[in-house]
Design a protein around this ligand. Structure first.
Ligand code: FMN
Length: 193
């Protein structure tokens, strides 16, 4: 019997109510409904990471994040658009994946990565999604064909955490792409073992 895929989400912000964090939660809830085991590293957790330095001994939080990503079958990265790109908080978390450099599967190798961007305008949604995809490519990850853009000036979740139909549709499709990719990877591993 195949094990449940593990999907690790990281992102959000330290805002009192982070719409990016809510979008990440919604994405992981959909993944859990689809049969995944999920774990989230939210804005407050990421704010506990030091600014990454190659010379520093990794903090306990950094090791925890790296271990979780190492064991993940797929990831979700959720960032607000800050001045046209990823927030420093989320980029710093990705920089910490340098700790996976010497792994058998370095960085995000072999893992699908869904990207969720929230911005108060569509232009920053687009530029930030492209920037985040470039970072995932640099980390050897496989960005899903669909990335999710949420314009937080127009789209906000209801009390149940659900977004409008457009955002829900995109989150659902992207989550299914993560689950599909993780399943294909597991099947390929089983075929060669
Ligand atoms: C420092 C900062 C920079 C921002 N830059 C942009 C921007 O360039 N374009 C844009 O549309 N929204 C920008 N925003 C708005 C945020 O992207 C938007 O409100 C986002 O949904 C906030 O996510 P959060 O609730 O998770 O913090 C910026 C917000 C902050 C705090």
């Amino acid at each position: 019997m195949r094990m449940a895929p593990v999907i690790v989400g990281l992102g959000g912000s330290t805002s009192a109510v982070s719409v990016t964090g809510l979008a990440l939660d919604r994405c992981l809830a959909l993944a859990a409904e689809g049969g995944a085991e999920v774990r989230a590293f939210d804005g407050p957790f990421l704010a506990g990471l030091p600014i990454f330095s190659v010379d520093a001994t990794p903090s306990a939080a950094a090791v925890e994040l790296a271990e979780a990503v190492r064991g993940a079958d797929a990831l979700v990265v959720a960032t607000p658009g800050y001045h046209g790109g990823m927030s420093g908080l989320v980029k710093n978390a990705l920089d910490h994946l340098e700790l996976l450099r010497d792994d058998r599967r370095p960085y995000l190798d072999g893992r699908a990565v869904g990207i969720v961007v929230t911005s108060s305008g569509w232009q920053a949604c687009g530029t930030t999604l492209v920037a985040a995809r470039s970072a995932v490519h640099a980390l050897r990850g496989w960005p899903t064909p669909l990335g999710v853009m949420i314009n937080s000036a127009e789209q906000y979740p209801d009390a149940s955490g659900r977004f409008d139909a457009r955002a829900e549709g995109a989150l659902t499709v992207m989550t299914q792409q993560l689950l599909d990719f993780a399943g294909w990877q597991a099947a390929a591993r089983a075929a060669v073992s």
